[in-house]
Design a protein. Structure first.
Length: 135
């Protein structure tokens, strides 16, 4: 993943999370398998590439994010593009340490991280050129 120099400067904690922590998630087999499940014939190699700092996609922090006309935490706005978007307020909540929510099992996770993984799934799905349904 990549970020613009301006977003890196504005959101240093989020930048560190994307650069150092998100790439570790590629080693969690359940995460890679879940993304693969919704990515059609996109290879696992391509999917894993998306987790690596400095590779596509580029994360764009957007104020008052609308995706398909609806307020959203994240968006993959242009099919086949190498850009994913995340809402500015969510990134600010990450910076403040207030974006964690419990999963059904009670594990606290960063909503910003879950959002990036969801949008990364859309990005990975587009890599094979076929639009598979992603919930």
């Amino acid at each position: 993943m990549k970020m613009s120099p301006g977003d890196i400067t504005s959101y240093p904690k989020f930048h560190s999370y994307v650069k150092y922590d998100i790439p570790k998630l590629v080693r969690v087999n359940q995460i890679a398998a879940a993304i693969k499940k919704f990515s059609g014939s996109t290879t696992l190699v391509t999917i894993k590439q998306g987790f690596i700092w400095g590779s596509n996609p580029t994360i764009e922090v957007v104020p008052t994010l609308l995706c398909g006309g609806t307020r959203a935490y994240g968006c993959y706005p242009v099919w086949g593009d190498n850009k994913i978007q995340i809402d500015k307020k969510l990134v600010q909540a990450y910076e403040a340490g207030t974006d964690k929510r419990p999963t059904k099992s009670g594990l606290l996770v960063h909503v910003a991280g879950v959002t990036l993984l969801h949008e990364l799934t859309h990005w990975a799905d587009a890599k094979d050129g076929v639009d598979n349904p992603v919930p």
